[in-house]
Design a protein around this ligand. Structure first.
Ligand SMILES: Nc1nc2c(ncn2[C@@H]2O[C@H](COP(=O)(O)OP(=O)(O)OP(=O)(O)O)[C@@H](O)[C@H]2O)c(=O)[nH]1
Ligand SMILES: [Mg+2]
Length: 531
């Protein structure tokens, strides 16, 4: 039984006598967990955040309360239902003689056509409430579980709702969300839904308004998501406030990018750099003990920086940061030594850089017949690779591949990876690779041009390469190249390299590539032993 008529009648009588709403929270076994006395208009539920039944699941508790004027469920009632993920909410109307009237009720539902998180039942008399309550709730739980399973097919893949708070245009919001979706998928999350909220100003506490947060909780329930990823960087306070309010795991863009880097890092140096960035990100977020913190430090799929699985505290994190900084500096010194050895060889250095996934490593591989990791994934390269390339007349150059750049590169990562870009500062020539098959390539060019000054690379001679021309109609390519002063290439096809290599040759040795050099056919490019 949802509620026995005796208890219902008793609640109604008490309410009539006191002139206040009264309610009970009942668990699945039918035990009354709490009794609550409200005001004439409403009822305030106790804080239940400590007895969580698990994210994105029903709480296992139903609320049965009274309404003095037999009014239907209020907005506050429906908010309680969603926020607390109650099994069921019912309002027993109280007649003037203290007898129970109609019972209004609602429960949460997975995906509905009209996108409401709840379903409101027909009002019935207390004596007509369906007796098969438990079965209904169990069936509902099963439905929620199957939504969750459908949303994240692989074990361990967490489902997330992606949220963009748009203070600018809708177009740029969509573009940015698309990229966040790519980032999320790269890190192993399954984007279950995306939400764009237009706001004049970001709410300083909750980023979006409380009403929107409530919708997000409903949506996450419906989609089986246990996590919300914000397409921006959140302050520690914002993450805490939102996580406390929603009881969901809250991530921001920085965390997603850090997680990708953490998964990608293979060399000791890259691992240390990423861990340093993660710890720097974490430090200001380690506050007082707080439920939001465990969600926060847990990272994605339980991955966090090295030691977070153990007991963490600020002092230990600080110590670790100092240790890492010292070690990274030592590696930097060794790198400097290598650099100076190269300088003694007097070889010119060409650095390839550009937005992530533009085709930088593919270009390096094709130029030097090497096998640097190429992947249709973001941040495939974390360890910059250098190779030697021989031009005619035994003219050798060093070609260096770099870590991909991205919009709003987290500051902590930026400083961690600054060292790898130091090498690039020695280069005579920069090659900026652009994936023109990406519809947003122009914005990406702008983003890279914004980052270059931060890496002190904006004064260098730069060749802009428009890559992946095999995916774009030829006349579009030639127009775009004219407008942007770029050179077209297909990084996978060395036969397209001639104009590019000719430009390199002119810039480095002030003379064109010899006409007779059949330089561009595969096999003609030489790559002598590496340094
Ligand atoms: N169709 C086509 N695909 C290309 C071309 N160049 C690269 N790709 C593909 O683009 C994807 C990314 O290539 P990468 O060379 O890994 O790109 P990257 O710039 O090094 O990327 P990160 O290291 O992740 O920053 C891979 O799937 C490549 O096969 C091209 O000219 N044409
Ligand atoms: Mg790469």
């Amino acid at each position: 039984m949802v509620i026995t008529p005796e208890v219902g009648r008793y609640l109604a009588q008490v309410s009539r006598e006191t002139g206040r709403q009264t309610g009970i929270l009942v668990d699945r076994r039918g035990q009354i967990d709490k009794v609550i006395v409200g005001t004439a208009r409403g009822i305030f539920l106790p804080d239940m955040s400590s007895d969580k039944s698990g994210l994105a699941r029903l709480r296992g508790v139903r609320l049965i309360h009274t309404h003095l004027t037999e009014e239907p469920l209020s907005d506050e009632d429906l908010t309680d239902l969603t926020l607390l993920r109650l099994d069921w909410i019912a309002a027993i109307g109280v007649k003037s003689d203290g007898e129970p009237g109609l019972v209004h009720s609602a429960h949460l539902v997975p995906q509905t056509a009209d996108n409401h998180a709840w379903e409101i039942g027909e009002p019935v008399s207390l004596y007509d409430i369906r007796p098969d309550f438990l079965e209904t709730i169990e069936a509902l739980e099963e439905e929620f579980a199957s939504v969750r399973r459908a949303a994240s097919p692989a074990e361990g893949n967490e489902c997330a709702i992606l949220v963009h708070v748009a203070t600018g245009s809708y177009e740029s919001a969509r573009e940015s969300l698309e990229e966040l979706g790519e980032l999320a998928r790269t890190t192993g999350l399954v984007p279950a839904d995306t939400v764009i909220q237009k706001r004049r100003k970001v709410d300083p506490r909750f980023v979006v308004g409380r009403g929107k947060l409530k919708d997000l909780i409903g949506l996450s329930m419906q989609r089986g998501a246990e996590m919300i990823v914000f397409d921006m960087n959140l302050s520690p306070g914002q993450i805490r406030a939102i996580a406390d309010f929603t009881e969901l795991k809250i991530l921001d863009r920085t965390q997603v990018i850090l997680d990708i880097f953490a998964q990608r890092a293979t060399s000791t140096e890259a691992k240390m750099q990423v861990e340093l960035a993660q710890l720097n990100y974490l430090l200001p977020r380690l506050g007082e003990r707080n439920t939001a913190m465990s969600r926060l430090t847990g990272g994605i799929g339980g991955r966090g920086p090295g030691e977070t699985k153990l007991e963490i505290n600020r002092r230990r994190v600080r110590e670790k940061i100092h240790r890492l900084e010292r070690e990274i500096e030592k590696i930097g010194q060794r790198r400097a030594l290598r650099r100076s050895r190269r300088k003694r060889h007097g070889l010119p250095v060409i650095s390839i850089l550009g937005y992530t996934n533009a085709g930088k490593s593919t270009l390096l591989n094709s130029l030097t017949h090497s096998a640097v990791r190429v992947e249709n994934k973001l941040f495939a390269t974390l360890n910059p690779a250098s190779r030697r390339l021989r031009f005619p007349r035994e003219r050798d150059v060093i070609i260096t591949d770099t870590v991909g750049l991205i919009r709003d590169l987290p500051a902590d990562l930026m400083s961690a990876f600054r060292a790898t870009f130091e090498e690039v500062q020695d280069s005579q020539l920069l090659v900026h690779v652009v994936d023109i098959a990406n519809p947003n390539f122009e914005h990406r060019v702008d983003e890279v041009n914004l980052i270059l000054p931060q890496l002190e690379l904006d004064k260098k001679t730069t060749i802009v390469l428009f890559n992946k021309i095999d995916l774009v109609p030829a006349e579009v390519v030639s127009n775009l190249c004219k407008v942007h002063g770029a050179i077209p290439i297909c990084a996978r096809d060395t036969s397209t390299f001639r104009p590019f290599l000719d430009r390199v040759h002119r810039l480095l040795w002030k003379e064109p590539l010899m006409a007779e050099t059949n330089f561009c056919e595969a096999g003609q490019l030489q790559s002598p032993p590496d340094l």
